[in-house]
Design a protein around this ligand. Structure first.
Ligand SMILES: C[S@@+](CC[C@H](N)C(=O)[O-])C[C@H]1O[C@@H](n2cnc3c(N)ncnc32)[C@H](O)[C@@H]1O
Length: 235
């Protein structure tokens, strides 16, 4: 049997209209769909494309623990890779959907790492949260010779401070429960006025509030802070 192809499909940041035509075609024709989800509750990636699905596919949930200590959840990915690998070996195509873009901090890459040596893989890029947040905030991300740095919220304060000090523009991702630390670093660098906060960009519950007004424990996982140090060079 000719083996099936594994598709890593980016489904964009939340707005179902930001799903690409290529992703749509694959999602509507592939016989097996796999989606990441928390241990309990719905899959955000699946919710983004739910209205486009034919309703006839076999679905493989990939449920993973959210505790950082268990991340990346090797057992979960090993098991999912075995299950998906069996489908591919039998000749069927499988699409693994991923919020945003699969290769921008996406969990798809752990399946890619396990399966790409044995099966054909095609990665379909998606609209990333990085560009979606800039668009929703109405702030260009970077211009001219700006060095744009992506800073994960879990970094320790000292490293984060250094990275932000060196950057012209920065996107701080995975804000969530790290908000208090991130805000102190921004304040220490005197960048409070240059930082913009957004949660759930392009989703129906999108919220934009001044960074100073977000409660220490109130930032959801799907939030981002964009910081820039340049003048508004585009004006
Ligand atoms: C594991 S990364 C995945 C990124 C995703 N693959 C992408 O291309 O956007 C998750 C982080 O991306 C950011 N993120 C993803 N979607 C977002 C959205 N709609 N609004 C704001 N931030 C988002 C948040 O910082 C979140 O903690």
């Amino acid at each position: 049997v000719k083996s099936g192809t594994l598709y890593g499909v980016g489904v964009g940041p939340g707005d179902p209209e930001l799903v690409t035509l290529k992703a749509l075609r694959i999602l509507q024709t592939v016989p097996v769909l796999a989606w990441p989800a928390p241990e309990e509750g719905p899959s955000l990636a699946r919710e983004i494309v739910a209205q486009h699905l034919p309703g006839t596919q076999r679905e493989i949930p990939i449920r993973m623990p959210l505790l950082p200590a268990q991340f990346p959840a090797n057992d979960v990915y090993d098991k999912a890779a075995r299950e998906i690998g069996a489908v591919l070996a039998a000749g069927d195509n499988v699409a693994v959907i991923c919020e945003g873009d699969p290769f921008f901090y996406g969990s798809f890459m752990y399946l890619f790492g396990r399966l790409a040596g044995d099966y054909p893989v095609e990665v379909v890029p998606g609209v990333s949260s990085l560009t979606a947040c800039a668009a929703a905030l109405g702030t260009p991300l970077s211009a001219k010779n700006d060095v744009l740095t992506v800073v994960p919220g879990p970094l320790d304060a000292e490293t984060m401070k250094q990275r932000l000090a060196d950057a012209d523009a920065a996107a701080i991702i995975k804000v969530g429960r790290h908000l208090e630390k991130i805000r102190s670093v921004i304040d220490e660098l005197g960048l409070g006025a240059n930082a913009r906060y957004i949660e759930r960009a392009t989703m129906s519950e999108q919220r934009i509030v001044p960074l100073a007004e977000v409660g220490d424990d109130d930032a959801p996982y799907f939030s981002m802070i964009l910081v820039h140090k340049r003048a508004e060079v585009w004006k």
